[in-house]
Ligand binder design. Structure first.
Ligand SMILES: [Zn+2]
Ligand SMILES: [Zn+2]
Length: 251
């Protein structure tokens, strides 16, 4: 019994020591844990601050990214503008080349114009000389024309006088012709013009002489010859002439 109590006593003291040790260990662990927790809190605070800093940086970077995109867009536009500028430079060089060529052509044309002006002046001088010559010729022509006009007037007066003379001669000849015609168209027996119908119509004898019908019949009642040529004639020879104006040829 005593040994049993001794054993329990050892056991209790061991447990007490173990308990004490556990308490110490627990206390130590708690301190360690508290220290670690404090360290963790500090670390967390630092990390949160760092996170906030990183977020700020991230926002700044995004802002910078937008700015860089805008700047990139602007630079692309600038590049396009530069491309246009290069094209304009190329066009300008082409225009300058064309301008040089046109300048050469212009100089050639100016030279031609100067030559043409000289020719024109020469031609003008020749024309003036020709004009003077023509004026002199015109004066001479006008003088000759005046003389010709005088001659023409004189010739016209002479022709007019001659014309009047011819007209008078024509009137006289026409009157003679009328007389002759009247005489030739007149019955030689009664001295009156014959008719186309009726008792004094135109008739002829075999000899060819013509008379008014009634006059030659009256003549043949007492005579058997033509009253003009005295050739034999009779009533049976009488022939009517169908025409009033008969002009026998003078033989
Ligand atoms: Zn008669
Ligand atoms: Zn006769």
């Amino acid at each position: 019994m005593e040994s049993c109590n001794s054993a329990n006593h050892v056991k209790d003291s061991f447990l007490a020591e173990e308990f004490e040790w556990l308490q110490k260990w627990t206390h130590l662990s708690t301190e360690i844990f508290d220290n670690e927790a404090k360290k963790c809190d500090t670390q967390q605070s630092k990390l949160l601050l760092h996170l906030d800093y990183v977020q700020k940086q991230s926002r700044n970077y995004r802002q910078q990214k937008h700015e860089l995109i805008s700047e990139n867009f602007f630079l692309i536009k600038e590049i396009n503008v530069l491309g246009d500028f290069e094209k304009q430079k190329s066009d300008l060089r082409l225009y300058i080349s064309q301008k040089d060529q046109l300048t050469v052509e212009r100089d050639g044309l100016l030279l031609q114009i100067e030559e043409a002006k000289a020719k024109c002046a020469n031609l003008r001088q020749q024309l003036e000389e020709q004009g003077k010559t023509m004026q002199e010729m015109n004066n001479a022509f006008q003088s000759e024309l005046s003389e010709c006009e005088i001659h023409r007037t004189e010739a016209l007066d002479a022709l007019e006088r001659e014309d009047e003379k011819h007209l008078r001669e024509m009137d006289r000849l026409e009157q003679n012709l009328q007389n002759k015609y009247s005489e030739l168209n007149t019955c030689t027996i009664c001295k009156r013009p014959w008719d186309s119908v009726g008792v004094h119509r135109l008739v002829s004898l075999r000899c060819g002489h013509v008379f008014g019908d009634a006059c030659i019949r009256e003549h043949l009642r007492y005579r058997n010859f033509c009253s003009v040529c005295n050739r034999n004639a009779s009533f049976e020879e009488l022939r009517y002439i169908y025409g009033r104006n008969v002009l026998p040829f003078e033989t």
